[in-house]
Write a protein that binds this ligand. Structure first.
Ligand code: RIB
Ligand code: CA
Length: 312
């Protein structure tokens, strides 16, 4: 089997943590590195949490880099109200022993894309797009070297989760998102339209716990914690597992459906800042620039996720 080289750009975050675990449990993927960005919680915590998760997976070989501590131009907005003050509330996980890599995540992205064969590295942003945009601005030559960007962010039918019109990752750094969506890199978007159909219902959470492993226990406790916010807000039957849908798409894209459409980012209006203006119905003549996913086989997703977590 040929493995797919990926770099995970992330703001852990319980759902980011599950996405990283799924990637590290899947032989189809070679994780070249993890780059942390400020988002759900400040950078000091996201880079620490990324290392905590690598250690939980027994993968202290994975290089973890700290990236941007704030969006390109706007003030940072965080989401402790969803993820807790640590960003990984739920399980009691030990502080990391593995070191953070020296150097900035943006320079790791640039160095790695220049070193790897063109078109062989997929970027998997799971948080605000600040690191990716900064790398593209600092080294425009790397843009054409990226195989694909598969990102969690945005929304169309599901509209917004941090404002009435914007999803959190895009809202935190809309300027960065605009740079990425205009870059010309092939993009696949995993929006709230999909992730709100991937809910951790009690039977699914029970299946994590039933694995009887430290990973299964931690994932069950993380998703239990993460769920309370969505249950209050949406009355949903469980937490939407946003970021692991990115990893699952890389492993088994047939679980998802979507359309190749034009997606543009609102970067000026305060009312709709960070909105992904997705031309789902093709009512404009704007050039399609992204595959925007709309549906997921949720049972198939959770079967894959649970089976892979059992391997850690
Ligand atoms: O809106 C959901 C996204 O924002 C997820 O990636 C979650 O981890 C937060 O970063
Ligand atoms: Ca995230």
């Amino acid at each position: 089997m040929s493995t797919r080289k990926i770099i995970i750009d992330t703001d852990p975050g319980q759902d980011d943590a599950v996405a990283i675990l799924l990637a590290l449990a899947s032989p189809e993927l070679e994780v070249l590195g993890i780059t942390a960005v400020a988002g759900n919680v400040p950078l000091a915590l996201t880079q620490k949490n990324a290392r905590i998760i690598c250690e939980l997976a027994g993968r202290v070989d994975i290089p973890v880099y700290a990236g941007c501590a704030a969006p390109l131009t706007r003030a940072l907005v965080t989401a402790e109200h969803v993820h807790g003050k640590t960003g990984l509330d739920g399980p009691q996980l030990p502080d990391p022993v593995m070191s953070l890599q020296d150097g900035h995540a943006v320079d790791f992205l640039i160095r790695t894309l220049r070193a790897q064969e063109t078109g062989t590295v997929t970027l998997c942003p799971l948080g605000p797009l600040t690191n990716i945009a900064m790398a593209f601005q600092k080294a425009p030559d790397i843009v054409e070297r990226v195989q694909e960007i598969v990102l969690m962010g945005g929304a169309y039918f599901a509209v917004g989760n941090i404002t009435p019109t914007a999803e959190f990752n895009i809202y935190v750094d809309p300027q960065a998102a605009d740079i990425v969506f205009k870059s010309g890199v092939p993009i696949t978007v995993v929006p709230l339209d999909v992730t709100h159909k991937a809910l951790v219902t009690k039977p699914r959470n029970d299946a994590f716990r039933a694995l009887g492993t430290p990973v299964g226990q931690a994932v069950a406790m993380m998703t239990d914690f993460f769920e309370r916010f969505d249950r209050e807000k949406y009355g949903s039957l469980g937490a939407p597992l946003h970021d692991p849908c990115v990893t699952a798409y890389l492993i088994r894209p047939g679980l998802f459906t979507g359309r190749h459409i034009n997606v543009e980012i609102e970067t000026t209006s305060e009312l709709t800042l960070g909105m992904t203006v997705a031309d789902w119905w093709g009512v404009t003549d704007r050039t399609p620039n992204a595959t925007f996913l709309g549906d997921v086989d949720a049972d198939g997703f959770f079967t894959l996720l649970t089976e892979r977590l059992a391997r850690l």
